[in-house]
Design a protein around this ligand. Structure first.
Ligand SMILES: Nc1ncnc2c1ncn2[C@@H]1O[C@H](COP(=O)(O)OP(=O)(O)OP(=O)(O)O)[C@@H](O)[C@H]1O
Ligand SMILES: [Mg+2]
Length: 369
């Protein structure tokens, strides 16, 4: 298990890169650190690896406090954001290098290096030097080198940033498979939410040196803790509709422009204490039903675009000044929907699913968790 307690990292000139990071990673788990550029992902990873001194806080591997241990004493395999390969060594010797340090015979370490190279689709490059490789090929060499020594902990910093979209998907499947075979506790840094969701058991979302939420991909997607996480997870992104929570007699309503939608079901008790607050309704494109006629508790949308994505239609348009995307399963409705585009006489009417997320517009916190 890796536990990080109250980790803080300040650089010169008062740059606070990490502010009280707590993270617990169980054995054999695969965790992704996800967030925008500059949020502190690499700094976190480098503190775990021992490449950076921490300002305060603690890094534990099982029961051992490794906060002040040298990187070489941590039994870590690491792939850096800028892959540092040995320029004078052939690819095969770059990969086999950690085994050489361990005193493994040449024959044995070349055999292992070759096996790993096959898995990462670079076996045809083994006799080249790093300068004769593309960026993506160099990244895979670095990955082979990190994996070949079968480390206890694997740390990957944007290991696939230089691969094309298709190879990215192939290689991330390979990494996941090797990680499961070797049962190695792993942390991957990425700014790609799709990659994080595909590969990781749990994701820590960082912003500004702080963890915003740490949970499974499913939980982050369905129940984001705040607007930052909600904005980051999912494609197409979550829709946000500005509303106000108001009472109408006994009822609680979302007031949206001139429309109002009754709050019902499990949301009612959660939201009642926040009556009067300005909120943002967080609604995924598939949490909306589309109708042709106005009805109670529906919202009018002026359709601006209809895209046929093959398995579904994506309608986008304006709902009281907010841009909204809705998916419609029935692609056979394409012609009918396209006829609505730009026709203000024939709007569509949206109805929300029973559960949606509701964020306080000012504190940005999810009010329904
Ligand atoms: N050596 C350094 N000296 C001063 N500031 C630094 C140093 N290294 C990083 N920082 C700052 O710390 C913050 C976090 O940087 P970090 O490299 O961890 O970001 P990141 O999340 O990995 O971003 P990216 O996705 O761009 O790689 C940034 O504001 C960065 O400018
Ligand atoms: Mg980085």
């Amino acid at each position: 298990m890796i536990s990080i307690n109250k980790l803080r990292k300040e650089f010169d000139q008062g740059v606070v890169a990490l502010d009280s990071i707590d993270l617990e990673i169980r054995d054999t788990e695969f965790v992704a650190l996800l967030g925008p550029s500059g949020c502190g992902k690499s700094t976190t990873l480098n503190c775990i690896a021992g490449l950076l001194d921490v300002t305060s806080g603690q890094v534990m591997f099982d029961d051992a406090d490794v906060t002040n241990k040298a990187p070489k004493d941590r039994n870590i395999g690491m792939v850096f954001q800028s892959y540092a390969l040995y320029p004078h060594l052939k690819v095969i010797d770059n990969i086999a290098f950690p085994l050489k340090q361990k005193g493994v015979s040449k024959e044995e370490r070349h055999k292992k290096a070759r096996e790993m190279a096959v898995k990462l689709q670079i076996e045809h490059l083994l006799d080249r030097k790093p300068t004769q490789l593309s960026g993506g090929q160099q990244q895979r060499v670095a990955m082979c080198r990190a994996l070949v020594k079968e480390p206890k902990i694997l740390l990957l910093d944007e290991p696939m940033s230089n691969l094309d979209a298709r190879l990215k998907i192939e290689i991330r499947e390979v990494i996941k498979k090797i990680q499961q075979e070797l049962k190695v506790t792993s942390i991957i840094v990425t700014h790609d939410q799709e990659e994080a969701m595909a590969i990781a058991d749990k994701i820590a979302i960082l912003d500004n040196g702080r963890i915003q939420q740490y949970d499974t991909p499913e939980m982050l997607y369905q129940y984001p803790a705040n607007l930052f996480v909600a904005n980051f997870m999912g494609n197409p992104p979550m829709n946000f509709i500005d509303a106000k929570l108001e009472t109408a007699g006994e009822k609680l309503m979302f007031t949206i422009g001139e429309s109002s939608v009754e709050v019902s079901g499990q949301l009612l008790e959660k939201l009642r204490p926040h009556t009067g607050r300005p909120v943002k309704l967080g609604v995924r494109s598939h949490q909306i039903r589309v109708g042709a006629e106005p009805a109670a508790n529906t919202l009018p949308m002026e359709v601006q675009m209809v895209e046929n994505l093959g398995k579904e239609l994506l309608l986008s348009g304006d709902v009281h000044g907010c841009h909204v995307r809705v998916s419609v399963d029935d692609t056979s409705a394409s012609g009918r929907m396209k006829a609505l585009v730009g026709d203000s006489e024939k709007r569509v009417y949206l109805r929300f699913a029973d559960f949606i997320n509701v964020f306080d517009s000012e504190t940005k916190v999810n009010l329904v968790l």
